[in-house]
Design a protein around this ligand. Structure first.
Ligand code: GSH
Length: 343
């Protein structure tokens, strides 16, 4: 046997052996900073019903808010240890890049451009959305195809603005975008009749519609003109914190898949299902691989409920928005949520 082949075999063996050794992860710099300040700093939307909004006592709620609460519970052991930084569309990426926030959890669409050019990494998808239109009922418009020559209100610094021009061109429609830096200005202009339609993510339309003086005076058109996978982002350069952020989101989805709810979580600690045991940390210590402890996922689910509970409470049946699960259902229930396994 030629020598080279022996040394190749040895090298191969060494690689396999190394792969079998699962060393505890070195906690990244961001995690150290969060721990030493005792708070997670989370960038959120200023006010978007169902995703991120503060009540009169300064209590924040919504899907994007719950994700940060679950993350804080996993890394700090306390979902209330979050400093909320409200950001508009224009401010959001600078706030993450400059280190003003640890994570941006603010209805932000994952696109190639953003993934490649912002010095940030998308953690995953919190809500699969798509862009739509809302029109005044009086106009009797029933399809976006009827928006030829219409003025459409839109916010700048969003994916929304470009999708609108793409859609107009593709459908040979003359649409006049009326662009505003602030969302209140865009919706204000729509409600005062300066625009025939307002366009944004369908979830945002639903939020705007329920908040309108007379919701039923506004019609959401059937066309969905884009893919808007919305999810959190972290700064590049800290793989450990990136991993923690991804796995907290995965844990919320797997929690739903394995029937772990806020209410039954403690009972489930005695489960003999190895999948549940790994999630709850009652057998192998999965948390150590992330630089956390055994109960990281238990605490995340305990704090907010599983993904399905977060969805229903904030944007689904238990909320004024009444959005359907649709794509945001589990892969084995007709949706596309498929979390890699906690294993
Ligand atoms: N998903 C789109 C749109 C996100 C977005 O910023 N939408 C607007 C309209 S719902 C918004 O949240 N505005 C609130 C603000 O800027 O304060 C994106 O990532 O660009």
């Amino acid at each position: 046997m030629p020598k080279i082949s022996v040394s190749r075999k040895l090298a191969g063996f060494a690689l396999c052996a190394a792969a079998l050794l699962s060393l505890p992860a070195h906690a990244g710099k961001t995690l150290d900073t969060i721990k030493s300040r005792g708070q997670l700093v989370c960038g959120v939307n200023v006010a978007l019903a169902g995703f991120s909004a503060a009540d009169s006592n300064g209590n924040w709620s919504g899907m994007d808010v719950d994700y940060c609460k679950a993350l804080a519970a996993a890394v700090l052991g306390d979902a209330s240890k979050v400093k909320w930084v409200p950001l508009n569309a224009q401010q959001r990426f600078t706030a993450l890049q400059s280190g003003e926030v640890d994570i941006l959890s603010r209805n932000t669409t994952w696109t190639l451009t953003r993934d490649a050019s912002l010095g940030a990494n998308f953690v995953g998808v919190m809500y699969y959305d798509g862009q739509g239109f809302m029109v005044d009922k009086k106009l009797k418009v029933t399809s976006a195809k009827q928006l030829d020559n219409a003025t459409v209100c839109v916010q700048s610094g969003t994916t929304t603005e470009k999708n609108l021009t793409d859609y107009a061109r593709a459908n040979n429609l003359k649409i006049k975008p009326l662009v505003f830096e602030k969302n209140e200005a865009a919706t204000g202009a729509y409600h005062s009749g300066r625009c025939q339609a307002y366009t944004t993510d369908a979830s945002g339309l639903a939020a705007e519609r329920v908040a309108a003086k007379v919701p039923d005076d506004n019609i959401i058109l059937p066309e969905i003109i884009s893919k808007e996978p919305l999810g959190p982002l972290v700064r590049r350069g800290d793989d450990e914190f990136f991993a923690i952020s991804k796995w907290v989101l995965n844990a919320l989805v797997e929690g739903e898949e394995y029937g772990l709810t806020q209410a039954n979580l403690d009972e489930k600690k005695t489960s003999t299902d190895p999948n549940i045991q790994r999630i709850l940390g009652t057998s192998e210590d999965m948390g150590a691989l992330l630089g956390l402890d055994k109960e990281w996922a238990y605490r995340a689910i305990k704090a907010t409920g599983n993904y399905g509970e977060i969805f229903e409470r904030n944007v689904g049946k238990g909320s004024p928005l009444k959005l359907e699960r649709g794509l945001n259902n589990l892969w084995n229930k007709g949706g596309i949520l498929y979390a890699p396994p906690i294993r």
